[in-house]
Design a protein around this ligand. Sequence first.
Ligand code: XMP
Length: 430
Amino acid sequence: MKQDMIVILDLGSSENTRLAREIRALGVYSEIYPHDITKAELAALPNVKGVILCGGEHRVVDGVEIDVLPEIYDTGLPFMAIDHTKAKCDLQLEAWPDETQLKAFVFDTCKAQANWNMENFIADQVELLRRQIGDRKVLLALSGGVDSSVVAALLIKAIGKQLTCVHVNHGLMRKGESESVIEVFKNQMDANLIYVDASERFLDKLSGVADPEQKRKIIGAEFIRVFEEEARKLEGIDFLAQGTIYPDIVESGTKTAKVVKSHHNVGGLPDDLQFELVEPLKQLFKDEVRACGAALGLPHGMVYRQPFPGPGLGVRCLGAITRERLEAVRESDAILREEFANAGLDKTVWQYFTIVPDFKSVGVKDNARCFEYPVILRAVNTIDAMTATIEDIPWPVLHKITDRILKEVKNVNRVCYDLTPKPCGTIEWE
Ligand code: XMP
């Protein structure tokens, strides 16, 4: 392994990930472990140069104050503690460390090297993946999202054709997206890629279904069914690769924090399809995943792709999905994306898309009355998607988008801009 590591022990602080990020920002790798790690477990971790006890508001769990095991102080490693008065540490801090204090501990006390970078990460992962997988075979559900795309690129580098990617087009993808998955992975990277066009099958299942949660359930269940069918056709697969990233692991619950959410990227696969998991991004934050993808040569548009919900355009074609409205969502979304890119807004706006509701309004086209659908534009900024603000889009850009949608998209005679922040509107309409 090429990189030195600072271990953070979770003593109930909600700021553990912030600390890990601050240390990684210094160019030193850092990981968070439970407070009750044993001396043997700590000693078995590669290249540990120092330990930070990060105490906080959740130090009392079920009425008992948690602490580290005293034996870990015998490892001989340098220790630092934040807000933890009983610790036997080289350095005790009452308040959050500033950059100078953190640097002094990491570089002067621990003598860590600033050798955490993407080239070293990729080289380490390639070696680890080859060691874990040997000459066996791996399966990956490649959605075209950032995480699964980066996993695919990393595995292609490590094991080439021992990886089989399955891309399921559920018919609810954005314009050109499945095509770009095929272009990048099959044509450019020469991956083993199975492309399944399941559009008709999904649309059949969704026919007449108007309830958003029901739509989500059908899309999720059908996705697993299609993927499972493909997996059963393949022989000799031992591993399933997943795009799990570090926040998924941290948020799935440490010993002190309550479970925020549990993550199953390809959840619900039947028990008789048993795979060992390969999760090469599980130590990375989202921006590091993007940097990794860029270092592996994935196109900018794929690496910096805006968030896109699993159920895809299915939750933006409101109510019961019809082909004509789905087409209107897809075409208007493509225009919005193109014009945002032309105006440079794709670099500043977190998420932007269009919605087509299931009602019509009266309009006039070519001197005749028409009765057609509206398109709603949405553009939001957010840090964590829990709350969101509305982006100020310059009027000329809105006019241009409106003109193009009215001219180029069939069955549409009106364009609206949604000004609702979250709360009280959610980001998606369904
Ligand atoms: P809301 O609409 O809840 O969206 O404010 C917050 C963020 O989550 C995305 N989203 C989803 N992502 N499956 C997903 O993978 C879903 O069912 C889903 N619903 C919403 C949404 O696009 C936004 O980024």
